[in-house]
Design a protein. Structure first.
Length: 149
């Protein structure tokens, strides 16, 4: 995560060579404070009077899950979910709100100060109603039902 030249949360500014060209960043409309852009691993020549970098671990989505992304910054956009989806609004990737496209298993370089990722299980869960309990133990308090007709 980067902190840079003018106040406020700056959108991604193109053509400044990953904050190595301070003048292009400022001329392109860059502002001081928390930046949306992340620096990927590599070797960078950064002016310490211009930019500070905070290293954070990459966000890892384990196998059997997807990551629902909640963005606190970006353009406000229209709901892209279908009419049958009644649990809130989904937005396009990069916009403010819950993204309609999840993150798939793997490691993702994200700015964790402007995005939140909720893990959502995608595996099948089996519930046993007749005394047997699966490894996940979600069914440990279930019992069979007697139906009278």
């Amino acid at each position: 995560m980067l902190k840079s030249a003018k106040p406020g949360c700056s959108p991604i500014i193109p053509n400044h060579d990953n904050f190595q060209n301070a003048q292009k960043f400022i001329s392109g409309g860059g502002r001081r404070g928390l930046q949306e852009q992340v620096l990927l691993s590599g070797s960078w020549n950064l002016n310490p009077w211009f930019v500070g970098v905070e290293q954070v671990p990459m966000t890892e989505i384990p196998i059997g899950y997807v990551g629902a992304v909640i963005s606190y910054v970006g353009k406000t956009s229209e709901d892209v979910s279908c009419a049958a989806f009644t649990h809130g609004n989904l937005v396009n990737v990069g916009n403010k709100g819950v993204w309609g496209t999840p993150l798939y298993p793997g490691k993702h370089p994200l700015n964790t100060r402007i995005l939140k990722v909720e893990l959502v299980p995608t595996t099948n869960i089996v519930f046993n109603w007749y005394g047997k309990t699966e490894r996940h133990s979600y069914d440990s308090k279930l019992s069979s039902l007697t139906v009278r007709y």
